[in-house]
Design a protein around this ligand. Structure first.
Ligand code: GLN
Length: 247
């Protein structure tokens, strides 16, 4: 890969997997790149379409209802081995909710149908008896300041982590992975799986910049990112963090 400064994001299945404004994550990333004069391109990829993997700097996939997950699951399994090998090689990916579940070993739907996952993340998801819905605040171990991540969850599945996956964070507000062990999301290599919709990145610009940094590093670009004004974004972030203190 050349060290040319640019940012190409592969957006998987935007037609089927785009709940609660998940597409806003792609907009946040590309806009933050453009504000820094880094050319960026969104490579949209739907079922059955080819992928120019060599051009990809980061992968994004959003959440979806059970029926939408079932629709893309077979195709996702087909690209799974190539995707997993690139992720193991350090390609960054952000997978939200339904995508997070399918990047794991399996997702059992509310109706009890087991959808096999790509198996990159060492996580599995069982159906819950209720849906976990509401604001979420987590404290993450990622190298970002502040350490909080905020978002909105709405899922029926309960995700459990195996030994290969670290939690993305500890829940300060909300249910997170399963409402039992206090964890939210998973982290493996440079892959982030999380239940946080919102969209996530507009309210967590520090996480957006970490993903941009990781992506640029793959092109050999290691200079630090020019700081951007983010008063409004952080005000939205802090409003939700305050809810965890008042709860
Ligand atoms: N269908 C999945 C669940 O309910 C994922 C939902 C989502 O992506 N928000 O657990």
């Amino acid at each position: 890969m050349s060290d040319e400064k640019r940012f190409n994001i592969l957006h998987l299945y935007p037609e089927h997997m785009n709940l609660y404004g998940d597409r806003g994550n792609v907009l946040a990333l590309t806009q933050r790149a453009r504000w820094r004069h880094i050319p960026s391109e969104v490579m949209v990829r739907e079922i059955g379409e080819p992928i120019d993997w060599e051009a990809v700097d980061m992968v994004f996939m959003g959440g979806g209802e059970d029926t939408h997950q079932a629709r893309i699951a077979e195709d996702f399994l087909k690209i799974g081995p190539e995707l997993a090998s690139r992720l193991r090689d350090g390609l960054p990916m952000l997978a939200i909710c339904g995508a997070y579940q399918l990047l794991g070993q399996y997702y059992k739907t509310a109706e009890g149908r087991e959808l096999p996952g790509v198996g990159f993340l060492d996580v599995w998801t069982e159906p819950g008896t209720t849906r976990a819905i509401g604001d979420v605040v987590t404290q993450t171990s990622l190298p970002i300041v502040p350490e909080s991540l905020v978002g909105f969850e709405n899922h029926g599945g309960r995700t459990f982590l195996g030994e290969g996956a670290r939690p993305l964070g500890q829940v300060a507000l909300g249910q997170g992975n399963n409402g039992q062990d206090g964890t939210e999301g998973a982290l493996q290599d440079r892959v982030i799986g999380t239940y946080l919709h919102g969209s996530l990145l507009p309210k967590n610009p520090h996480l957006a910049d970490l993903l941009l940094k990781w992506s640029l590093e793959r092109r050999g670009v290691t200079d630090s990112l020019e700081p951007l004004e983010e008063e409004e974004e952080m005000a939205a972030h802090q409003t939700i963090v305050a809810r965890s203190r008042n709860s």
